[in-house]
Design a protein around this ligand. Structure first.
Ligand code: ZN
Length: 463
């Protein structure tokens, strides 16, 4: 255990009751994980965060990241000791309710905090963590150094803990404010609304506020010499940023209002008070649906933007309960970009496309080997992309357009700013449908072989 240096000696006597870390079975120790079956140590138990106030300074030439993060939370049990998730630069000091606290780092991303005074259940408390040192280049799993000197944060499920301490679970949403100071010739882009952009001397400080609650991997910061595109969409300000070399994406991003219209018409009101995009210059292999403002790889095309914007409803406003629910994000975003947009905007015969895809892959065992529901840790981002759209197209034919498109509007409204699971989605659809769907859902979501003909070609897909 480490202590905030200057005060450590003074307070050590008070804290002599504290052990090394959260002891097993200690009723006053917050659990070190939120219990996700795939990532059991992600998130923590014993408290509920309402707000993060993250203040960072980043120096691109030396990659020095200096941070001070304030976490506002409520204890959900008595807490003698609790954890945050953090894997960033060295921690200098931790306070709880303004008093110096003990801290200890262990495992991949555990920061154990021992407050001077135990926390009482039901009461609010504030933690501050000060840290400084060389940022860890996590390349697509968090803090990532950009080729031209800047940096950005992107990764799923792990990203945020590489640059600020948090309760890193989809189950604990909180509002998020960032204040970032960089050399004056750099810009800073993040989630939500920009509330400050001030140059003082050779430094620039930029503030961003995500006023609707957000989870860790959907927060981001991008530091680069951006050019900007400002648009409006109804009352929603759109701000998009292009790193050097990514300016070629400006034309695609100019279609953002049209893409937001498309999402709103399908899924109901846009859930956030800002939108845009961040086009980085790094050779990322994926884009990511960071809230209000996705991170895009330079090779982004229109379907990628449609996909990431669809995620604002499916993934961001409505988030998975567990990572086994990933189809709730990726099946819907992929169906929107791969089927609904081509069908409605470009007149593509998507039934023909569906039939061709089935004909091509039906006899390939590997195409069916990962189940869509509960695909397994490390396999979340596979079948959901190529089989997810087929599942949803078949579901649409099985229950009819009226029920299907009703569900696409009603489900995001029912779970807005919260969480949902695949079992809850199945129940939701079942309640709206006149026929028993258990065989259909089982064949498409739980099996590792092609569904029987009746579920592969339902409704007017019947040959
Ligand atoms: Zn996606």
């Amino acid at each position: 255990m480490k202590w905030s240096a200057a005060v450590g000696a003074v307070v050590a006597g008070v804290l002599v009751v504290c052990g090394a870390g959260p002891a097993h079975g200690d009723p006053l120790a917050g659990a070190p994980g939120a219990g996700d079956p795939y990532y059991p140590l992600d998130g923590n138990g014993g408290y509920d965060v309402s707000h993060y106030e993250v203040t960072i300074d980043y120096d691109p030439p030396t990659r020095t990241l200096t941070g001070s993060t304030r976490v506002d939370a409520t204890a959900t049990q008595g807490l003698r000791v609790f954890n945050l998730d953090y894997s960033g630069p060295p921690v200098r000091a931790v306070t709880v309710n303004g008093l110096p606290a003990g801290f200890d780092r262990h495992g991949e991303h555990e920061l154990t905090v021992t407050p001077m005074l135990p926390l009482l259940p039901g009461l609010g408390f504030t933690v501050t963590v000060d840290y400084a040192g060389e940022a860890v280049n996590s390349e697509g799993e968090g803090w990532t150094i950009a080729p031209d000197g800047g940096a950005f944060a992107a990764g799923e499920p792990h990203s945020a803990s590489t640059w600020y301490p948090l309760n890193d679970t989809p189950l604990d949403k909180a509002t998020f404010t960032l204040h970032a100071t960089v050399p004056a010739d750099y810009d800073v882009v993040s989630n939500g609304v920009r509330t400050r952009n001030a140059v003082e001397g050779d430094k620039r400080t930029v503030s961003w506020e995500a006023r609707q609650p957000v989870i860790g991997y959907l927060t981001t910061v991008a530091i680069d010499r951006f050019t900007f595109l400002e648009q409006t969409w109804g009352g929603v300000p759109l701000l998009s940023a292009f790193a050097p070399g990514a300016e070629g994406n400006r034309e695609t991003e100019q279609r953002l209002p049209e893409i937001l219209d498309f999402g709103r018409d399908l899924f109901g009101p846009y859930p956030f008070d800002a939108a845009g995009g961040i086009y980085v210059s790094a050779d990322l292999s994926f884009s990511l649906e960071t809230q209000t403002r996705p991170i895009y790889a330079p090779w982004t095309d229109l379907p990628t933007v449609v996909h990431e914007i669809a995620h604002q409803w499916w993934g961001d406003s409505v988030s998975v309960r567990q990572w086994s629910d990933i189809c709730l994000n990726e099946c819907f975003a992929s169906y929107t970009a791969d089927y609904l947009w081509p069908e409605r905007k470009e007149g593509v015969d998507v039934d023909a496309e569906y039939r061709e895809t089935i004909a091509e892959w039906r006899d390939h065992a590997r195409f069916w080997e990962v189940p869509l529901e509960n695909p397994g840790a490390g396999k979340e981002f596979t079948a959901v992309y190529y089989r997810g759209p087929l599942f949803l197209h078949a579901l649409r034919k099985q229950i009819g357009d009226e029920v299907f498109f009703g569900v696409l509007r009603e489900f995001p409204a029912a779970h807005a700013y919260g969480n949902a699971s695949m079992p809850e989605f199945r129940e939701f659809v079942q309640r709206k449908s006149g026929t028993d769907l258990s065989g259909f859902f089982d064949a498409w979501l739980n099996r590792t072989t092609p569904p029987p003909d009746e579920f592969l070609f339902p409704g007017d897909l019947r040959p």
